[in-house]
Design a protein around this ligand. Structure first.
Ligand code: SF4
Ligand code: SF4
Ligand code: SF4
Length: 497
């Protein structure tokens, strides 16, 4: 039989000297299998342990379910003890099997990896924007703007959580329209965080068109991270991302990127909205950005909200997105993509390779209301930026929303959400996170469902990625290099080990 285990996961201490003898008790955790070429992924839904086996290996895994100890296994299978020791050992190292009651990781250990503290505060500074993109998620209603005292209260409250760091994200509309407010909040945030000995990080999610030298100097001096929206090369980007006069944003953004060099900071990460217009071209888009010197790209799948509500034809097909993601994986394996972090794939890889699920959007329950809250311009608090429907309101910045957060019906519902979903028996749930409630709400009208296309993407991409991780050193190297280069996630990761 052929067993291609992932071996011990990186950063996990495994007792490799654990001995197997005739009366060793051997238990395999409840598992699911997914066919992948001529092999099978065997995944443990309780802990996200997994390995790759051929059909004989899967048969043997089922034999282990029926037997009490190693001696019985030899009798039942008539295989050589040496082969079986090697098989049992591989499965033990992957975490799917216990020897004498000892797992590399068990359910209780696994649950301690997720720290349910608020670490991300999204400040929706304004609904105003200087652009008028076809698919914009902001409402068409009268735009509002956040006041400084609203932002100040939100930051001060969020710094009261036990987490040792806080990421504050400014978004909109276009947050750079409120740049003086950003400056005041950054100055206040650094001072407030220092008083409580915490690390604070700031990020601006922007369309990039309002950047200028003065803003860039502040951004560079205060270590503010910037992510810019750009949907690909010119004709794709300008098809949706337009100014009110109908002209596209591509050329202007390219000019603005030169400002990053001028102030001597790395180019920003790019957020690409994936629509039916660009979903087949994602690999080319990644190559294009890599050539420009961009170091990171995140794909954000379009969903019909705000002005985009009338544009449901932009919803990308899961099959097309998955095919694009898998071609990107092929390009990584072929060494064509190596200098740009494709966040969505790295997040899947992180969930596949690490027991600690560090991404709030890829865990169950997701980070909404647990690790993340979003504050609207008027001060209303919601569990996530796009879950800003009145039915999810958590309170107001002037109230003590933090102490009540866990006890709120909204957060309790979000935490229990997956229990009533199709995901409950899915072997991929700890790798996929059961889909975004926010997408489900705006696409299906309820968080009690999973948006279909998102599920298709996870089902197609995750098993294939597991297979590639187990068989391709270049894929693992890509993950390792990215992981070692990322300061922010390292903070959480090191704290967990
Ligand atoms: S998608 Fe962003 S840049 Fe485009 S109109 Fe909406 S807020 Fe502005
Ligand atoms: S609601 Fe969606 S976007 Fe927000 S944390 Fe959950 S998965 Fe992520
Ligand atoms: S969304 Fe789909 S792939 Fe993910 S856990 Fe649910 S059923 Fe499984």
């Amino acid at each position: 039989m052929n067993e291609m285990g992932t071996g011990p996961r990186p950063f996990l201490k495994v007792d490799l000297d654990v001995e197997v003898c005739m009366d060793s008790k051997i238990d395999i955790a409840p598992f699911s299998t997914f066919k992948q070429r001529d092999n099978y992924i065997l995944a443990v839904p309780e802990t996200s342990a997994w390995c790759i086996l051929d059909s004989q290996g899967v048969e043997l895994a089922h034999e282990i379910e029926q037997t009490q100890n190693f001696g019985e296994l030899i009798q039942a299978t008539q295989r050589s003890p040496e082969d079986l020791v090697s098989f049992v050992h591989t499965l033990y190292c992957c975490g799917v099997l216990s020897i004498n009651g000892k797992y590399v990781v068990n359910k209780a250990q696994f649950e301690t990896y997720t720290k349910p503290w608020l670490t991300m505060l999204l400040l929706h500074l304004t609904d105003r924007c200087n652009m008028k993109c076809d698919y914009c998620y902001t409402p068409a209603s009268e735009p509002t703007v956040m006041q400084f005292d609203t932002a100040q209260r939100a930051v001060a409250t969020a710094l009261r959580t036990p987490a040792d760091f806080l990421l504050v994200i400014f978004h909109g509309g276009e947050p750079l329209l409120e740049f003086p407010l950003i400056q005041k909040v950054v100055d206040f945030g650094y001072e407030a965080a220092e008083k409580v000995s915490k690390k604070i990080l700031f990020r601006i999610q922007s369309n990039g068109t309002l950047l200028d030298e003065e803003k860039m100097e502040f951004i560079a001096r205060h270590y503010v991270d910037v992510w810019i929206s750009l949907d690909g090369y010119q004709h794709i980007n300008d098809g949706c991302r337009r100014f009110p006069d109908g002209s596209g944003s591509f050329e202007m953004i390219l000019k603005k990127l030169e400002l990053f060099e001028k102030v001597n900071i790395p180019l920003p990460r790019i957020v690409t909205t994936v629509t039916s217009l660009n979903s087949s071209n994602l690999p080319k888009i990644v190559l294009f950005f890599q050539k420009m010197g961009i170091k990171g790209i995140k794909f954000s799948l379009f969903f019909p909200k705000g002005r985009g509500h009338a544009k449901s034809e932009y919803t990308p097909k899961g099959l097309e997105v998955a095919a694009s993601y898998l071609r990107i994986v092929d390009y990584i394996e072929q060494g064509k993509i190596f200098e740009i972090a494709v966040e969505n794939l790295l997040q899947y890889m992180s969930n596949i390779l690490l027991f600690d699920k560090i991404y709030p959007c890829l865990r169950d329950p997701c980070g909404a209301g647990l690790n993340i809250v979003a504050v609207e311009p008027g001060g209303d608090v919601y569990p996530c930026d796009c879950l800003n429907h009145p039915s999810f309101r958590l309170g107001d910045v002037s109230e003590d929303w933090l102490s009540e957060l866990r006890a709120s019906d909204v957060v309790k519902t979000l935490v229990k959400r997956s229990e009533s979903l199709q995901c409950v028996d899915c072997g991929l749930k700890l790798f996929c996170g059961c889909g975004c409630p926010n997408r489900a709400f705006w696409s299906c009208g309820t968080i009690e469902k999973v948006e279909r296309e998102e599920c298709i993407i996870s089902r197609l991409v995750i098993p294939k990625l597991m297979y590639k991780i187990a068989t391709s050193p270049l894929i693992r190297k890509y993950f390792e290099e990215w992981r070692l280069g990322k300061e922010f996630e390292k903070v959480e990761l090191e704290a967990a080990l």
